[in-house]
Design a protein around this ligand. Structure first.
Ligand code: ADP
Ligand code: MG
Length: 435
């Protein structure tokens, strides 16, 4: 089961020490020269809107994955195609050194293992190698504290940290094969490549949100992402007033299973709804192009399920754009209302909540000082995010733990968080971030 051990996030040094001692014990004789870090994330609002090109408003958290190691690019005259040797160890299974040889013609395995996230990500960078004689050699350790499968996106954190590491090994060659320069920023290409790794290698039809925010987030800001154009809009919470609230995350400790479960079903239902909408307006390419009014107009062409799914997505896009404005304005009551409405929509119309999460949200929404609370992430378990007055945050966390235990028999670890930074490198000498 996933564990958030306490309300204090382990400091970066703990992860670095773990990665370092693993490297020393498993790869003695080699020297680690690179530390890449990428965070997990919490989505404030804009849920299940990314894979139809809509809007999301997530932020990076201090839980992250560290990749430490070394690598090189060699020319091998006998090589027929671009290749890579990948050797790595994770603190999740520290006894096992994983070893993979891949080439441009490698195919994703039918069964996804945790190693598939890593190998699938490295695979995306093979085209950057100079020629079919080029060989990429990577040795690294992985240490992370993002709880697995809890809706805080440990998967994107893993992919993006590996990607950032590979980019350092490739140096100037990283992204050299990208011929579409309509998207110039490496953070965007990294996000797209990591999403591709998860879609094609791990058979999970996830949208771009997790990889985008893990890749591109800036400390202190939420990121409004337009998932169609992949443009990022940094959004700061208004801090003029001294009543700026804080964000509390609570883990229901119910595991979700995104790849195997209902997620692909929702993706398909959105497609069905879009086809119905196109009968009314052929210009609608995806749900992003439709308004809640369009959905009402097209209702007669839809079955009840498609209608409900489209209603959630179109109203959620509107709520997300509005939440950005209210956050900047500092209208916390309105932000809270939007979060509550979002939760109700996910529960009633998108049907991705579950009993335990509804209990958690209910406990928070009733608590004095709370502006709003909702399920965050893909759903069917995972975490909630709550906007609460600063001086009430600790009381809320104590209360949630007690009440949740009383009502479900389960433990719900909670923590207070703030928007943290996206993928970055740390100096191997003093572990300070490179600017
Ligand atoms: P979430 O992204 O919400 O945490 P996912 O099901 O998308 O849930 O991804 C979780 C999976 O990611 C894990 O089951 C594991 O395979 C992989 N993973 C993430 N971080 C690590 C890590 N540090 N070491 C090993 N595997 C990891
Ligand atoms: Mg994930």
């Amino acid at each position: 089961p996933s564990i958030l051990a306490s309300s204090t996030i382990p400091p970066m040094d703990v992860k670095i020490d773990t990665a370092k001692s693993l490297f020393g014990s498993k790869f003695s004789g080699q020297t680690a020269t690179i530390i890449a870090v990428a965070p997990g994330r919490v989505n404030l609002i804009g849920e299940h809107t990314d894979y139809t090109g809509g809007f999301v408003l997530p932020f990076a958290i201090d839980y992250s994955t560290v990749v430490m190691g070394t690598g090189s690019v060699e020319e091998k005259p006998d090589n027929q195609e671009r290749t890579a040797s990948i050797r790595f160890v994770s603190d999740k299974s520290p006894e096992e050194v994983e070893s993979f040889e891949i080439s441009e013609s490698s195919k994703p395995p039918t069964e996804t293992a945790w190693t598939t996230y890593v190998v699938g990500t490295v695979f995306q960078y093979l085209p950057d190698l100079k020629s079919s004689q080029s060989h990429l050699d990577l040795t690294f350790t992985i240490a992370g504290d993002v709880p697995l499968g809890s809706g805080l996106s440990s998967s994107a954190s893993l992919e993006v940290s590996v990607a950032r590491f590979v980019e350092v090994v490739l140096g100037d060659a990283a992204f050299s094969s990208v011929d579409n320069d309509s998207i110039k920023s490496p953070a965007k290409w990294r996000a797209l490549r990591c999403q591709k790794a998860e879609n094609e290698w791990c058979h999970s039809p996830c949208g771009i949100m997790d990889q985008a925010v893990s890749s591109a987030a800036k400390a202190g800001s939420l990121l409004l992402i337009d998932c169609r154009s992949l443009t990022f809009n940094e959004t700061k919470m208004n801090e003029q007033s001294d009543d700026t609230p804080v964000l509390v995350i609570a883990n229901s400790n119910v595991q979700h299973d995104i790849a195997g479960g209902e997620y692909p079903v929702r993706v398909a239902q959105c497609k069905t709804a879009t086809e119905a909408l196109r009968q009314v307006n052929p210009n609608i390419e995806s749900l992003r192009d439709a308004t809640p009014d369009d959905v009402e107009t097209a209702r007669e062409y839809m079955d009840e399920t498609s209608y409900k799914r489209a209603k959630h997505v179109t109203t959620e896009n509107e709520r997300t754009l509005q939440a950005k404005e209210e956050l900047e304005r500092g209208d916390w009551n309105r932000v809270g209302e939007l979060m509550n409405e979002s939760h109700a929509s996910m529960r009633e119309d998108y049907e991705v909540s579950c009993e335990e999460v509804d209990v958690l949200v209910d406990i928070a929404q009733q608590f004095p000082g709370v502006y709003g609370s909702r399920l965050t992430g893909g759903g069917f378990g995972g975490c909630t995010v709550t906007l609460v007055a600063k001086d009430k945050a600790q009381d809320l966390m104590d209360h949630m733990q007690q009440e949740y235990k009383a009502r479900t028999g389960k433990h719900c670890p909670c923590f207070e968080t703030k928007p943290s930074r996206g993928a970055h490198l740390l100096s191997i000498k003093d572990h300070k971030p490179f600017v």
